[in-house]
Design a protein around this ligand. Structure first.
Ligand code: ZN
Length: 167
């Protein structure tokens, strides 16, 4: 059986396949196994087992092969986990997140922001100017708002994620 001990791996799997899915993963032997057998040993419905397995497959965390019974002609699906893909799958997730944060960072750095004194919303300079620096929601005034703190938080987060990638 595959024990998923790394808390980041657990969190990632939970996000993809949920609680039942994680139980299924942990019940999987290192060798091939059928969906029926997994349903049997976990007590989880065959439908849920199949859905979880396909989700794992879509994320390249599991592979399957079909075998036809020569007598009955029935197809059997033999599944196998690819736990070594967890690291590369996670890495891809982290890279996606870093890209998003970089885009956000660029946006913060490229714009000047104005915010409603009553806290309704934040506007970029162009929007604030079009509204004559008056909040379209409450008519309060819009005042310049520096975003250094936001920029620093994003930069810090990107640094942490990059460090996590290199470790
Ligand atoms: Zn307002």
């Amino acid at each position: 059986m595959v024990a998923v001990e790394n808390p980041i791996h657990r969190a990632y799997l939970l996000k993809i396949v949920g609680e039942d899915g994680l139980r299924i993963v942990e019940a999987m032997p290192e060798d091939e196994v059928t969906d029926e057998h997994l349903a049997e040993i976990t007590g989880i419905s065959l439908n849920t087992v199949r859905r979880s397995l396909y989700l794992l497959y879509e994320h390249r965390l599991a592979v399957y092969r079909r075998k036809r019974d020569p007598e009955s002609g029935w197809l059997t699906y033999l599944w196998k986990l690819c736990p070594e893909s967890l690291d590369s799958a996670l890495e891809a997730e982290v890279r996606k997140l870093i890209n998003k944060l970089n885009a956000r960072l660029r946006y913060e750095k490229d714009h000047v922001f104005y915010a409603c004194v009553n806290g309704c919303a934040r506007f970029v300079f162009e929007e604030a100017s079009e509204n004559n620096f008056t909040c379209p929601f409450c008519q309060g005034s819009l005042e310049y708002m520096e975003n250094n703190t936001i920029v620093e938080v994003i930069e810090e987060r990107i640094k942490e994620l990059n460090a996590a990638l290199c470790s």
